[in-house]
Ligand binder design. Structure first.
Ligand code: NI
Length: 161
């Protein structure tokens, strides 16, 4: 595994739409493993999308430190959402900023895992928040686009995805 450089705001790649992954090659597996290592590197990351390491593919990793551990999502689809929550978010690609975003409280998501096996799961609370944030990255959307006006602030350190 290896650390990858994280692309930050201002780089136009973050605004592009990521493409579906047709085949899970060793190169894709390596990408996801590197993304997990990069996300875990300084303990601030709870999610990371492929575009954030400069690869326009529909994949992200999530680890909010709960019983699910590390989750890999390839070609994810959010098929259901319910309720609302007001979330304080940060992003590894928008360093040292935080803002509040309205997200669904519960979601259902379908994806392929790192072995190419389909899976689906329900998520709520922080996990739902994080999956929605990463999903937005696949369509070129940053949390600052959706932040409630007046809530974006500069902070010294916080969880980012
Ligand atoms: Ni992010």
């Amino acid at each position: 595994m290896a650390l990858r450089n994280i692309v930050t705001e201002g780089d136009p790649i973050l605004r592009k739409k990521s493409r579906q992954i047709d085949e899970i090659t060793p190169r894709i597996v390596k990408l996801l493993e590197d993304m997990a290592e990069t996300m875990h590197y300084d303990n601030r990351g709870i999610g990371l999308a492929a575009v954030q390491v400069g690869v326009l593919r529909r994949a992200f990793v999530v680890d909010i430190g709960d019983e699910h551990g590390l989750l890999n999502f390839i070609n994810p689809e959010i098929t259901y959402q319910e309720g609302e929550q007001r979330c304080s978010e940060g992003c590894l690609s928008v360093p040292r900023k935080t803002g509040e975003v309205m997200r669904p409280m519960k979601i259902h998501v379908k994806a392929l895992d790192i072995n190419g096996n389909p899976f689906e799961m329900d998520a709520e609370g922080l996990l739902a928040n994080c999956i929605c944030h990463e999903y937005d990255h696949l369509d070129g959307i940053l949390f600052t686009d959706k932040a409630i006006p007046g809530t974006v602030e500069t902070v010294s350190e916080q969880q980012e995805s």
